[in-house]
Structure formats: structure tokens, C-alpha cells
Design a protein around this ligand. Structure first.
Ligand code: NAD
Length: 313
């Protein structure tokens, strides 16, 4: 089975691709490589540098399944250049789905985002709730979902709304909450949290990537699934970090109102089970930092890096 992973050189892609190779799949990691490429060579891996907006450049021949991860992957980056954001994160998704249908590709897995719900008062955010996305990023995800669902008669369409991901990847992200707070404690000797009371769901990078493997193996699981398992506050995350690195936690005012508890019962009903926790992610990051092979670098922060490189070009 041949699998195309768009965004295959991203934070998730770098953990997912080796797992796919271990399972014996042939893999194409297609990516602009804005954040580099750290994949080890492998006989079944083709790493292709390219832009999903250029649909003809995507090597789709012989592909059986697409895992679509490429996007301008957070709110502040999405706001930098809304046109780019819509082209990459929504229009390219539509073209890719259309091309997939024309080529007879029968399986499409999409990384949406739990942020499509916007600000919710309901105690439990389930898949049935109305979507009120706030940012350009969230809106492109909502529209992409709708487009992909319209291809449900032509192919298996599986849409995941992941919580904020945490944990280690060869292409690290330190702009996601758990990783960011852990790195603050390690490199600055203190943690600053904005607000702190907002509750957000989390998922370990090993679990979200295992979920994509699970979906490949369970094509009968179609439609939209939340994927977030630990609904805890930012302050709770800071307190987990301080169990291992006893630093001061400074709470300042936040202008980000999003606070929600995601319910993933629908996903759990498919038989999928997460295996790791925020605590695991924190410990793994601390251990890696202490080996000297993880440092606090600009390229691990999407906004900083896009401003310095992609958009400065
Ligand atoms: N990390 C999270 O917490 C999280 C949570 C929910 C959803 N998601 C979604 O999961 C997906 C992967 O996220 P990630 O954390 O790995 O982000 P990431 O930014 O590390 O990876 C995205 C990758 O897409 C690539 N890319 C961007 N524009 C492209 C283009 N035009 N053509 C080809 N490649 C392009 C980038 O170079 C990057 O490697 C994204 O769609 C993101 O929105 C992530």
C-alpha cells in the first residue's frame, strides 16, 4: 500500500512517517520543508519537496491513501497572510480531493482541528455541536471538512479534530502549550502562563500518529472524530511541569478566550485507545533536553520561523 503524507516533514509527519514505514507501507512525504527535513533515508520512503498548491507537482500515481497534514498550522501563522492560508489550507485540500477522486484513490484522512468549535459554553464538546471558528486557520479547517465530506461516496473519508498535540518529534514544535511550558521551565527557569484557567484538551504525539495508523486499518470508521483525551487547564499543565522542574509560575492576563472540554467518546467507541499522557510528554522533553540534543530554537516556533523565513523571502 502506498501512502502520500502531505506535510510529511512537519511535527506530526516526522513521527508518523517512520511508523508507516515500520508497518511496511510505501510512503511519500510531500512538503515545502519550511521547517526542514530530518527523515532518515529508507528504501520505501520518497521525500518530495513541493507545494500542495501546485496540484500537478504532487506525485499521486499509484497512491492508495492520502494523509493530509499540510497547512499553515496555527492561528497566528494563519493570520500573517490570510490569502496564503486559504490557498494552502482550504483550496489545495479541495483540489487534492478532486484529483484523488479522478485518479480513483479510495482513502483520504484529514487532520482538521479541535479549534473548529470556537468558544463553547457546553460542558462537553461533541462532534454534533455547531462550528463557530474564530481564526482564519479554524475557518479553513471547517471548510476543508465540508469539502471532504462531499466526497464520501467516492472514497473513505476520515476526519480527525485533534486536540493540541504534545511530545517529542525530530521536527520539534515548542509553540504548542505542553511543549512550550516545559521548555520555558528548562531554558528560562520560570513559566509564564496567560490566564491559566482556560481548559483545553491535549493528545500525545504518539497517540495522534497511532490514530492515523488505526484509521488506515479501519476504513469502516468514517466521518468526523474528536481526538483529545486530557482536558486540563494551562495552570494544570504548568503544575505538572513543576513536579519535575520546581520553577515559579507567573500568571498574566490572557486575550485568548478559548476554553473547552472535548469529548472523544465517539472515537473511543471505535476501539481506539490512547496510551500516553501530558505527564509522559513533559518527562520525555525534559529527558531529551538534558541529553543536549533538544534546544530552545527559533525554528521550533512556527510563527517566529515563518516570519523570519517563509514570509521574509
Ligand atoms: N500540532 C497540533 O497541536 C495540531 C493540533 C490540531 C491539528 N493539527 C493539524 O495537524 C497538521 C499537522 O500539524 P503539525 O503540528 O505537524 O504542523 P507543522 O507546521 O509542523 O506541519 C505542517 C507541515 O506542512 C508543510 N506545509 C505548509 N504549507 C505547505 C504547502 N503549501 N505545501 C506543502 N507542504 C506545506 C510545512 O512545511 C510543515 O512541515 C496540520 O494540518 C495542523 O493544522 C495540529
Amino acid at each position: 500500500m502506498k501512502i502520500l503524507v502531505t506535510g510529511g516533514c512537519g511535527y506530526k509527519g516526522h513521527v508518523l512517517v517512520p511508523k508507516l514505514l515500520n508497518k511496511g507501507y510505501e510512503v511519500i512525504a510531500f512538503d515545502t520543508q519550511w521547517f526542514g527535513n530530518y527523515h532518515e533515508p529508507h528504501e520505501n520512503l520518497q521525500v518530495v519537496k513541493g507545494d500542495v498548491r501546485n496540484i500537478e507537482s504532487i506525485p499521486l500515481a499509484g497512491v492508495d491513501c492520502i494523509i493530509h497534514l499540510s497547512s499553515i498550522a496555527n492561528d497566528p501563522c494563519g493570520d500573517l497572510n490570510p490569502q496564503l492560508t486559504w490557498e494552502v489550507s482550504a483550496l489545495a485540500t479541495m483540489q487534492l480531493a478532486d484529483k484523488a477522486k479522478r485518479l480513483g484513490i479510495k482513502h483520504f484522512i484529514f487532520a482538521s482541528s479541535g479549534s473548529v468549535y470556537g468558544v463553547k459554553d457546553e460542558p462537553q464538546v461533541t462532534e454534533e455541536l455547531e462550528l463557530k471558528p474564530i481564526s482564519e486557520y479554524n475557518k479553513t479547517k471547517m471548510v476543508s471538512e465540508r469539502v471532504l465530506l462531499s466526497y464520501g461516496d467516492d472514497m473513505t473519508v476520515q476526519i480527525v479534530r485533534p486536540a493540541t498535540v504534545c511530545g517529542l518529534s525530530p521536527r520539534m514544535r515548542l509553540d504548542v502549550s505542553v511543549n512550550m511550558l516545559t521548555m520555558q521551565a528548562l531554558s528560562k527557569g520560570r513559566i509564564t502562563v496567560f490566564g491559566g484557567a482556560q481548559t483545553r484538551p491535549n493528545i500525545h504525539i504518539d497517540d495522534i500518529t497511532d490514530l492515523y495508523l488505526f484509521l488506515i486499518e479501519h476504513p469502516q470508521v468514517t466521518g468526523i472524530y474528536n481526538a483529545g483525551f486530557e482536558n486540563i487547564s494551562i495552570l494544570d499543565i504548568a503544575n505538572i511541569v513543576t513536579r519535575y522542574i520546581p520553577v515559579d509560575v507567573i500568571v498574566t492576563e490572557s486575550n485568548d478566550p478559548r476554553s473547552y472540554r472535548v469529548n472523544s467518546d465517539k472515537l473511543l467507541a471505535t476501539g481506539f485507545r490512547p496510551k500516553k499522557s501530558v505527564d509522559d510528554a513533559v518527562r520525555e522533553i525534559i529527558e531529551r533536553f538534558r541529553t543536549g540534543s533538544l534546544k530552545d530554537e527559533d525554528r521550533f516556533y512556527n510563527l517566529k520561523w515563518m516570519q523570519q523565513t517563509v514570509l521574509a523571502a
